[in-house]
Write a protein that binds this ligand. Structure first.
Ligand SMILES: [Zn+2]
Length: 172
């Protein structure tokens, strides 16, 4: 007797499969990039990492605020602590040697709507200039954290200019 799959399970077995061109990579990247979830800047971030820093492969920790999520920023103790633990796990489990903390927002003459929504949430009354200063403070705070193992800390801010172009400024 031929067994037939019940109609309710057919959609599970009928897999729509896509085979990628590249094989998986055996070697782990040595860099971890901590960046904001904001999808508007992902292509610019990849461009910067690839073409300015020579980083092609990297581990990712994408979360609202990017590096800012790991900074106390005044009152975010529980949240920053939770993300720091996630970060420490990656450093150890993936043998990371370099962390790149990314922040973002408008340049001095950039559009307000490019301000990081997470910083807007944390500092609802702050000007874009004040947020920039806070991000600098947060970057320094991350530099002083004991990450539990030797690791090089880098920090950059991705800035949207008045003409819509995107630039990266070194914070640390
Ligand atoms: Zn953001």
């Amino acid at each position: 007797m031929i067994k037939t799959t019940p109609p309710s399970q057919q959609h599970i077995l009928d897999v729509d499969l896509h085979l990628t061109d590249a094989n998986w990579q055996h070697e782990r990247p040595s860099a971890l990039v901590v960046a904001c979830s904001d999808g508007r800047l992902q292509q610019n971030l990849d461009d910067f990492l690839h073409n300015a820093l020579g980083i092609i492969d990297y581990d990712r920790l994408y979360t609202p605020g990017g590096g800012g999520a790991l900074a106390i920023s005044g009152s975010e103790l529980l949240r920053s602590d939770a993300y720091r633990h996630e970060c420490q796990f990656l450093l150890k489990a993936h043998q990371i040697t370099d962390i790149y903390f990314m922040f973002h927002g408008p340049s001095e003459d950039g559009p307000d709507e490019s301000l990081c929504a997470d910083y807007r949430r944390k500092f609802p009354n702050a000007t874009a200039h004040q947020v920039r200063t806070q991000q600098q403070i947060d970057a320094r705070e991350l530099q002083s954290v004991d990450w539990g193992m030797p690791v090089r800390i880098h920090a950059y801010r991705c800035e949207v200019r008045h003409d819509g172009r995107v630039q990266f400024v070194r914070l640390l």
